[in-house]
Structure formats: structure tokens, C-alpha cells
Design a protein around this ligand. Sequence first.
Ligand SMILES: *[C@@H]1O[C@H](CO)[C@@H](O)[C@H](O)[C@H]1NC(C)=O
Ligand SMILES: *[C@@H]1O[C@H](CO)[C@@H](O)[C@H](O)[C@H]1NC(C)=O
Ligand SMILES: *[C@@H]1O[C@H](CO)[C@@H](O)[C@H](O)[C@H]1NC(C)=O
Ligand SMILES: *[C@@H]1O[C@H](CO)[C@@H](O)[C@H](O)[C@H]1NC(C)=O
Length: 495
Amino acid sequence: MSAVSTEKMSSTYTLFTILFILIVTVYFYVRKLFCYWQRIGVPFLQPKFPFGNFPNSILQKMSFSEELQNVYNNSTEPVLGIYTTLKPSLLVRDPEIIQDILKANFSSFNHRGWYGNDKVDPMAGNILLLNGEKWRQMRSVFSPAFQIGKLRAMFDVINGCGGSLQKFVGQFADTETTVEMREVAAYFTTNVISSVAFGLDVDCFANPKSEFLKYGHMFFDASFKNIIRSNLAIMNPTLAEFLRLRFTDKEVCDFFVETVKLNLEHREKNNVSRKDFFQMLIQLRNTGKIQDDGIDWRGYESASTAISFCMYELSKNPKLQERAYEEIVNVLAQHDGQISFESMNAMKFIESCIDETLRMHPPFGVLTRKCTKNYKLPNTNAIIEEGTMIMLSVAGLQSDPKYYENPEQFSPDRFSSEAMVDKNFLNMPFLTFGEGPRVCLGAKLGKLKVKVGIVHLLQRYKFELGDVHNKPLKFHPKSLVKFAVGGINLKVKAR
Ligand SMILES: *[C@@H]1O[C@H](CO)[C@@H](O)[C@H](O)[C@H]1NC(C)=O
Ligand SMILES: *[C@@H]1O[C@H](CO)[C@@H](O)[C@H](O)[C@H]1NC(C)=O
Ligand SMILES: *[C@@H]1O[C@H](CO)[C@@H](O)[C@H](O)[C@H]1NC(C)=O
Ligand SMILES: *[C@@H]1O[C@H](CO)[C@@H](O)[C@H](O)[C@H]1NC(C)=O
């Protein structure tokens, strides 16, 4: 044998040895990792390399929310150890433990756990993603904004947008054509957000090509990039941080930050003072307590989702739509025909319809917390270690026949005040807005927005399901926000 080929053989040999050692190391590492829940002593779901229990959401065949609901449905354990990619996380199914985590032992879980990097990405600094101490500061700055008095002050602006919505839908009623409710609801909520939060009179009905709408859509767009980063931000924050992922495209982020800056300058230069959210931001900023970019973006998409799903359910159930319409007629008759903050509050049935919509179609089907202090699971000896992600399946809990009889049925009366008398979180868990000290701040404003939109729609028109809806809704596998494939298409008739 020649010297050259001996050398070649030995280097091939070395390469194989290294490869072999590498594979064995990875194998044992992953095996040890996948023994995590066994070691802790918690029932668990057997994972597969490399995506753990969530291959479908990583491969984008199913949304993470749906896959987690699957896992929820398939188990009866109060808590279940799962692997979100290679990372061990804990699915908590039992309302009592959930309540403990979200309320009583909040101090061990005061972190949402999503990855958000506000150095590379200022939009990550919204309330939805903020964590720990930073979140507490931000929240104490924001809370006054959502008090009832402030809502009342914003009502006129929102109601004005509702009027535009009503007018816009009129053209579909005149021609008896089908309207895609989600898009129209997005015009409405964009108008509301831009005037309430940014103090700008953007009219998407007159100008559907508005940049606000464009960038708003881009923020929530179900593109491959967006899904990978939102899935990773939730499932494996450490990896997302390592990869320095942005939560939003730079272009989208720049647009909103620039809009806020320009508007701020404009108001200060021209001494404009309006009764809106943006004015409060200016005041807060002048008292040195706020950054330019702290708006809760979550309200934007969830309100239009809620309006369109509610209209869908009411079109599917004409009797309930009639009841809602009659309520509007009766309540307005007692309030000089005015849609006002007071008359709106008196519409209890419509309120229940919205709650029931949010139960069946929670815009975000997953809620997360990160354990920030070792925590002993109640009634066991298992210690949940600091750093573990807690996953709550909002969609799973809210469609569980154990808590909601016939969960597939839209029955607003579950939420009537009579039915709610002996209900609490343990026998009727409802997590669309979160729970405990982190309960969604914008919830009240969001619900008011949804209600104003729906009342304006039902007041003048009658809705029926479009022809495409002769089969059950299918949901977009790639969207973080619950999203019906093909949209919500409704036929409109004038009343
Ligand atoms: C989970 O179970 C509920 C109630 O039986 C059902 O409505 C829902 O479609 C199931 N969801 C999934 C994703 O399996
Ligand atoms: C849930 O259980 C069913 C039947 O037992 C099984 O076919 C399905 O694969 C399971 N799904 C998951 C996500 O484990
Ligand atoms: C701005 O308006 C306030 C009252 O609306 C007034 O007191 C103040 O002098 C004005 N400032 C300037 C610079 O015009
Ligand atoms: C959780 O909170 C309860 C009540 O505040 C307390 O008694 C208990 O020790 C806490 N458990 C842990 C593990 O921190």
C-alpha cells in the first residue's frame, strides 16, 4: 500500500470517528433532554426528535394553538409534560392549578416568557411581550388609560367610526351583494385604532389602500417568516434569542414608530390637544414616564376577528340575530334613539353574544407564562424549575364539554347574568383576556369597539351566510391569530 492512500485512509477514519462521537453525543444529549419530565416526576407525552410533540406547527401544517388543543383534548391529566421542539414545557389543564399560577402564585410566574428583543425591534416593547419588572412599569403607566371615565371619553370617536362602518356596508345592502366581513371589520378597527391611539383621522372605508391597513396586515401576515418567528418566540425563546430574531419586519416597525414620532411633533408644534389615547401618551411622555412605541397591538387584530366571527355565528343562527336586533330596537327606544355609552351598556344580550364568540373563537388560543421561581406543584412532590414555560390551551379549556355543555354550539345564554350566578373560574374557565394581574388591559376598550361595530351593523341590516359557508369553517394553519380560510362572506339586506 502506498503512503498516500494510507494517509487518506487514516484521515477518513478520523473523520468517521469524529462523526460517530458527534452522533453518539447528540443522541445521549437528546435522550437525556427527553427524560426531563420523567426525572421531574410529571406525566408526559413521548416526544420525537427534533420537533418534540409539535411537528405540525413547526412544519406549518397546523397552527400551534390547534396542535396544543389536540394535546389538551387527548389528555385527562391535570398537568402534562410536553416538549416544544427540544425544550420541555408544561401544559396545565386543571383550572385550579391555572388559577394558582395566574393569581395566587403570580410572583413565581410574572413573565410571559415570549421572546422579544426590544434592542433590535422596538415593537417588541408592547405590553403583550414585555416581561417582569419592565412590564410592571409599563402597566402602571397604562392602567389609568383604561378606566371607565377614559372609555367614556373615547366613546364618541369610536361611535363615529361605527357610523362610517354602517354607511359603508349600505352599498352592499343596496345591491344585495356579499361582503367579506373580516376585511370590512379590519377597516373599522383600523379607523378606531388610528384615531384613538394615534390621533389620526385615517379613513379606510374611503381609502382601502391606506398605509395603516397595509402595515397592520403585514404585522399579522401569515407569511412563512412571521410564523417561524412567532412559533419560535413562544415555543423556544432561547433559540429565538440566539438567532436574534425580530418579532416584526423592520419596514413595518419603522412605519409605526415614524408615524408616532411625526404625530407627536405635529401636536407639540401646533399645540393640538385632543381627548384621545395619544394625548395621554404625550402627557405621560412629558412627565417622563413613557416611550414612543408603547401601544398594545394585540387589540388591532383581535377586535376585527371577534366582529367577523360574531357576525358569522349570528348569520348562522337567524333566531339569535333577531333577538339581538330586537334588543337594539328596545334599548334605543328607551334612550331617545341614541347609541351612547349608556345605551350600549344596557345591551346585555349582545354582550353575551360577544362573550360566546370569544369563547368559541378566542383570537389567541394559547396563553403562556414562564416560571421565574421554583414552584412546587400542588398535591404532588414535583418541583417546576425556574425557566420552564407554562402553556395554557385557551382554545382547549373553552371547548371542553366538562365546562361547557355542547361546546360546538353557539349559545350566548351561557353568559347571561342568571346563568353566571354560580359560575367561577373553576367550573367555567375563560381565558380569552388572560386572568389575574396580567389580565388584558385593553379588554374593556376592545370589547367596546367590538360592540359598537356589531350594533351599527345589526341596527340597519340583516345578515345571512354566503354560499361558500355551506360547510364548516376551516382555519388557517399558519396564522397566530385565528383566521378563517377564505374569510367570512355574508349576504346583506337592508332592514
Ligand atoms: C377538542 O375537543 C372539543 C370537544 O369535544 C372539540 O370541539 C374540538 O374540535 C377538539 N379540538 C381538537 C383540535 O381536537
Ligand atoms: C390523540 O388520540 C387519537 C386516538 O387515541 C390519536 O389518533 C391521535 O394521534 C392523538 N393525537 C395526538 C396529538 O396525540
Ligand atoms: C397651548 O394651548 C394652551 C391651552 O389650550 C395655552 O394655555 C397655551 O398658551 C398654548 N401654548 C402655545 C405655545 O400656544
Ligand atoms: C402559592 O401561594 C400560596 C398562597 O399565596 C402559598 O401558600 C404557597 O406557598 C405558594 N406556593 C409556592 C410553591 O410558592
